[in-house]
Write a protein that binds this ligand. Structure first.
Ligand code: SF4
Ligand code: SF4
Length: 330
């Protein structure tokens, strides 16, 4: 697919993503005195900018313009908008708070019922993931963005990262989910509200998104529980690629399943691969061996495009997923 077709494809998809809900939302209006609808919430600046960032990133990836000089500002913007901004003493950014966080949107919706902001958050995440591999996680999520920035900084500082074994990390991530299901079902972790026992999400104790909420905590223990997951995530991100995403986040687990069906992804341009192994060595993720095998299921790919840039033969590219792609001969 040539560049103009790629841009056209991305622009059409972006227009479809934004124009339709915004037009519908404009027709419906906000309406006082009634609960906000899906479209009311979707047209809020936070979600509109998330979709815009997702589609700008898509266009940059398709046109091979996602160089480090572009990548860093995009990641800083997402970190600022959806992480830092809501803490500033200005009303402009009040609506950008990561509430409900992606984790809370999934876990608390299961526990206490799906509320509209949770549904919209999950819809935006799933929609962007269906368009391209982790377009939300890779480029919009503030916890994901800060981990990506640290990975880039670690590379600059010459810190050698250890690579994950995907089976191990995924087992840990599934373990957190099973623990959540068990503890929620049995209400082992609970609080009492209006004399009723209410289960508490076990993810509240490991939620790195809380680290962006700067507010006074009730007790020193609360402060540690609040900030520790974020602090550990930042520290481990120097040594491991996206530790929170691969090990803990249930949205990482969900989007890993959904990204298998994405419209765009890292694809092979056979048959120029010389099996030199450079992409495997230089890429931060565990997805490359499966991509090279054209395996049906891939570990999480955050569309960082390091593999594309590092391949000396130009075998890999960010392009349209071809569901008919055959496995290469061994
Ligand atoms: S896996 Fe979770 S923490 Fe990581 S980028 Fe996605 S939503 Fe954010
Ligand atoms: S190196 Fe390639 S396969 Fe790995 S996360 Fe980046 S784009 Fe995806």
């Amino acid at each position: 697919m040539n560049i103009s077709k790629r841009i056209g494809f991305a622009a059409a998809a972006g227009f479809g993503a934004l124009a339709m809900p915004l037009a519908l939302a404009a027709q419906q209006g906000g309406g006082r005195g009634r609960p906000a609808t899906f479209l009311d919430v979707l047209q809020r600046p936070k979600f509109v900018t998330m979709l815009v960032i997702g589609f700008v990133v898509l266009a940059l990836l398709l046109t091979k313009k996602m160089k480090n000089g572009v990548k860093v500002p995009v990641l800083l913007l997402s970190t600022f908008l959806y992480g830092v901004a809501a803490n500033l003493p200005t009303k402009i950014f009040a609506g950008f708070s990561m509430h409900p966080s992606p984790i809370c949107s999934a876990a608390k919706a299961v526990l206490y019922g799906f509320r509209t902001p949770m549904i919209v958050t999950l819809a935006v995440i799933l929609f962007l993931t269906l368009v391209g591999p982790k377009l939300f996680c890779g480029w919009v999520c503030p916890v994901g963005a800060v981990q990506e920035l640290i990975a880039m900084l670690a590379d600059k500082l010459g810190i050698r990262r250890r690579k994950w074994n995907f089976r191990t990390t995924n087992a840990v991530r599934v373990g957190f989910l099973l623990l959540f299901i068990f503890l929620s079902g049995t209400a082992v972790l609970h609080t009492v509200q209006n004399e009723k026992v209410v289960a508490v999400s076990s993810y509240d104790y490991v939620n790195a998104f809380h680290g962006y909420e700067i507010r006074a905590q009730a007790t020193p223990f609360d402060t540690v529980v609040h900030f520790l997951p974020f602090v550990l995530t930042l520290a481990f991100a120097f040594k491991f690629y996206r530790p929170f995403c691969y090990l803990v986040c249930p949205i990482g687990l969900l989007t890993n399943l959904v990204e298998q069906f994405g419209l765009f992804r890292i694809v092979r341009k056979q048959p120029v691969c010389t099996d030199c192994g450079v992409c495997r060595e230089k890429s931060p993720c565990p997805a490359i061996p499966e991509i090279l095998k054209s395996a049906a299921f891939r570990p999480d790919c955050f569309s960082c495009t390091v593999c594309v840039k590092e391949c000396p033969s130009g075998e890999l590219e960010f392009g349209v997923r071809d569901p008919r792609a055959r496995k290469p001969k061994a």
